[in-house]
Design a binder for this molecule. Structure first.
Ligand code: FAQ
Length: 314
C-alpha cells in the first residue's frame, strides 16, 4: 500500500475529513461525484412538483412560504454542485448527463402533486425523509459535502415543519380536507420510504461507501428511523398509515412495517415512473432556455476580470 493510500485510510479511520486538495482514491472521488451530483439533481428536479403549485397556493401566506421553500431547494442544488466541482466535476457535464438520463435524481420527484395536500405531504414526509438521510451526511467523510449538509439541514427542518403545519390544518379541517390529507399520505407514504434506496441486501454501493464513511448508516437503518419518527406524527394528525402490516414492537421499541414495492422503485429509477418524462423535459427546456443567461454571465465575468487586471497593471 502506498503512503498516500495509507494517509487517506488513517484520516477515514480517525474521522478526519477529506478535503479537496487531499489525495483520494479515484473510486472514492467517482462515488462522491455520483452521489453529490445526483443529490444536487434531486434538489433541482424536486422544485418541479411543488413549483407547480406556486400559482395555486390556497392563501398568500402559503404562497410566500412555498416560494421561499422552492428557492431554498435551488440554493441547496448550488451548494451541492459546488461541492461536486471541488472534486473536478463539471456542472455542464452533470446537467447533460441528467438530461440524457445518464445521471439519476431521487425517485420521489417522479410522482405528481395532484392536490394541495400533496404539497403539504412533500414538505412533511419528503423533507422529513430527506432530513433523516442528510443529518447523517453532516458527518460524511468529504468536508465540502458535510459542510453543505449542515446548512441544508437547517433549511430542511423549516420545510418539514411548514409541511406538517399545512397538513395539520387540513387534517383538522372539513371532512373533505381531512380526506385530501389522507389521500396524500396514501400516495406519498411508500414513495417516501423508497427515498432511502434499495434494501441493504440489494444496495451495490453501500458496503464500500460505508467503509469510506461517505454513508454512516445503511439504507434500511435510515428507513427504519424515518418510520419510527413519522408514524407517531401520522397518528397525532388523526390519519392512518397505508400499511396493514405496520405494528409497534414493544420489545425492540421500533415499528415493524410491510415490504416496499421494490418493482415499482426499480421501474421509477429506470425512467418508468408516472412523471419521469415530464420532469426531464422540463429540465431540458430550462437548461436550453437558460443558455443565454449562462453565456451573458460568462461574458460579464470575463469583462470584470479584464478590467481588474487592467487596473492592477495601471
Ligand atoms: N432514487 O447502492 P445504492 C430532497 C440508486 S433530497 C433514485 O443504495 P447509494 C430534498 C443509486 O443512486 C433527496 N435512485 O446507492 C428535497 C444507485 O444507482 P447508481 C435526495 C436511487 O448511492 C425535498 C442504485 O440506486 N437525497 O429530497 C434511489 O449508496 C423536497 C443503487 O442504490 C439524496 O440524494 C432513489 N431513492 O445510496 C428537494 C441523499 N435510491 O448511481 C425538493 C444523498 C438509490 O449506482 C423538495 N444520497 N438509488 O446508478 C444518498 O444518501 C444515497 O445516494 C442513497 C442511495 C441513499 C439515495
Amino acid at each position: 500500500m502506498n503512503n498516500q493510500q495509507q494517509a487517506f485510510d488513517q484520516r477515514i479511520e480517525k474521522d478526519i475529513s477529506i478535503e479537496p486538495k487531499d489525495w483520494m482514491p479515484d473510486a472514492y472521488r467517482k462515488t462522491l461525484i455520483r452521489q453529490i451530483g445526483q443529490h444536487g439533481h434531486s434538489e433541482v428536479v424536486g422544485m418541479l412538483p411543488e413549483g407547480n403549485w406556486i400559482t395555486r397556493a390556497p392563501t398568500l401566506k402559503r404562497k410566500a412560504v412555498l416560494l421561499a421553500k422552492v428557492q431554498d431547494e435551488a440554493g441547496h442544488a448550488l451548494y451541492l454542485y459546488s461541492a461536486a466541482e471541488t472534486l473536478g466535476a463539471d456542472r455542464d457535464d452533470m446537467m447533460d448527463k441528467l438530461i440524457a438520463g445518464r445521471m439519476k435524481y431521487s425517485s420521489i420527484f417522479n410522482y405528481p402533486t395532484l392536490t394541495w395536500a400533496d404539497v403539504a405531504a412533500i414538505g412533511w414526509l419528503v423533507d422529513g425523509a430527506a432530513i433523516v438521510n442528510q443529518v447523517a451526511l453532516c458527518r460524511t467523510s468529504y468536508g465540502p459535502y458535510a459542510r453543505a449538509m449542515v446548512r441544508i439541514c437547517k433549511e430542511e427542518s423549516f420545510h418539514q415543519r411548514q409541511g406538517f403545519e399545512a397538513m395539520m390544518q387540513l387534517a383538522n379541517g372539513t371532512e373533505e380536507q381531512k380526506q385530501m390529507a389522507q389521500d396524500a399520505v396514501n400516495r406519498f407514504w411508500w414513495p417516501a420510504l423508497m427515498m432511502f434506496g434499495p434494501s441493504d441486501d440489494n444496495s451495490p454501493n453501500s458496503a464500500q461507501s460505508m467503509q469510506w464513511k461517505i454513508k454512516l448508516f445503511s439504507n434500511d437503518a435510515l428507513r427504519q428511523k424515518f418510520v419510527d419518527n413519522t408514524v407517531p406524527q401520522v397518528l397525532q394528525l388523526g390519519l392512518t398509515v397505508p400499511d396493514p402490516d405496520l405494528k409497534f414492537n414493544e420489545d425492540t421499541g421500533h415499528y415493524e412495517f410491510g415490504e416496499v414495492n421494490w418493482n415499482e422503485f426499480f421501474d421509477v429509477i429506470a425512467g418508468k415512473g408516472p412523471c419521469n418524462h415530464e420532469r426531464i423535459e422540463a429540465r431540458r427546456k430550462a437548461w436550453e432556455g437558460g443558455a443565454w443567461v449562462r453565456e451573458s454571465a460568462a461574458v460579464y465575468a470575463k469583462k470584470q476580470q479584464e478590467q481588474q487586471q487592467a487596473q492592477k497593471v495601471a
